[in-house]
Design a protein around this ligand. Structure first.
Ligand code: NAD
Length: 350
């Protein structure tokens, strides 16, 4: 297994491999870039088929965090950690404590948080041995209310702000009467639907589970759509808030929306599809820019900050998207490529 020659290596500053025989921990921590500040990125526990697969994942995700932090104007770099194993059967408190010691060995250069397979309780065990665990508590919500620590409200608010800015840019109108199709009514999607409803948008929603669908119909007047039909709705905006890769060769020709703005990570099945969207005059809000509200929340909860500063920071997502759109228009480039270029300028690659 190569490292420096690895296709995802991307000039990582540090990649460390950990093994703790007593607890069975096998983990990799990757720090991609710390030019803007210590590397932040969640810890994922996954039953990887091989250590090569784990390495691939951690390198790809760690690099992504550098771009996300730079575009969110955070004094943070990008990193990530993965634990190899099935979180349902192989996780133990001793393993989480061992992971805390691994994180601490970076002496603040890497800060971890929640990701798939890792819960807040797991982070609290890590915290016994490390100062550098984020997302274990929250003092306030962006709207001044109480917070249970879940970053989804901040993510949803950021997507709402970004969607509104995208509609203003592309359609030159506010949200009243704008038709939005939301794919996935989970933690972020449902909250986004509520924000949009409060500004007069007309909603078309889908999910593979019924939990929130009826509520959206009765409380928000949303029209329920079959999951396979969500792409072809006659709407202004498509908001992917479920899983990644929903924008692909099969779905792009179905889209009638002229704006794509949603919370899901890795929305484009392939980077080159950003160009395909631009060709069709569909304005794409780069996913890692518009869904950064959660990471902005985590940053503020760790700093000596407050709800007003957090909210103002989340609202900068709209400003950043406009900067991307202006430049994409002026340079005749796809918005995802422009976002990457701006991020690289900010963290000093170019
Ligand atoms: P979630 O699991 O609460 O919600 C996702 C919803 O999508 C679920 O209700 C699920 O049933 C539904 N879904 C899955 N496949 C579907 C399909 N094919 N068609 C229709 N619906 C489908 O997750 P979430 O926290 O709301 O996050 C949504 C997306 O946003 C994810 O891609 C996540 O990675 C991304 N994201 C979330 C946050 C956050 O703060 N929660 C931050 C950044 C990015």
């Amino acid at each position: 297994m190569s490292l420096f020659e690895h296709p995802e290596f991307a000039d990582h500053q540090q990649v460390s491999f950990f093994s703790d025989q007593a607890s069975g921990l096998k983990a990799v921590i990757a720090v991609h870039n710390t030019n803007l500040g210590p590397a932040l990125g969640g810890c994922r526990m996954w039953n990887y088929a091989s250590s090569a697969e784990a390495l691939n994942d951690v390198l790809r995700l760690s690099k992504g965090m550098t771009y996300k932090a730079a575009m969110a104007e955070l004094k943070l770099g990008g990193g990530k950690s993965v634990i190899i194993g099935d979180p349902r059967t192989q996780k133990s408190p001793a393993m989480m404590e061992a992971m805390g010691r691994c994180v601490e060995s970076f002496m603040g250069n890497y800060i971890t948080a929640e990701d798939s397979g890792i819960s807040v309780d797991d982070l609290k065990l890590m915290e016994k041995h490390s100062q550098n665990i984020a997302g274990t508590r929250a003092n306030y919500s962006y709207d001044g209310g109480e917070s249970d620590g879940n970053p989804a409200p901040s993510t949803a608010y950021g997507v709402f702000v970004g969607l509104k800015a995208s509609v203003a840019h592309r359609l030159n109108r506010n949200l009243k009467g704008v038709k939005v199709a939301i794919q996935g009514l989970g933690h972020v999607g449902y909250r986004l639907a509520k924000h949009l409803h409060s500004e007069g948008a007309e909603l078309f929603v889908t999910d593979i589970f019924p939990d929130n669908l009826d509520k959206a119909a009765t409380e928000l007047g949303a029209k329920i759509v079959d999951p396979k039909d969500i792409f072809s709705q006659d709407v202004d905006v498509f908001a992917p808030c479920a899983l990644g890769a929903s924008i692909n060769e099969e779905t792009i020709p179905l889209l009638k929306a002229s704006v794509i703005a949603g919370a899901a990570n890795n929305q484009l099945a392939f980077e080159h599809l950003g160009g395909e969207l631009a060709k069709r005059d569909i304005l794409y809000a780069p996913d890692y820019v518009i869904n950064a509200g959660g990471v902005i929340d985590i940053y503020h909860q760790r700093m000596d900050s407050d709800a007003t500063a957090l909210r103002a920071h989340i609202e900068r997502i709209g400003v950043t998207l406009n900067e991307i759109y202006e430049r994409a228009g002026a340079e005749n480039k796809a918005t995802n490529n422009v976002a990457n270029a701006i991020a690289e300028e900010r963290f000093g690659l170019n």
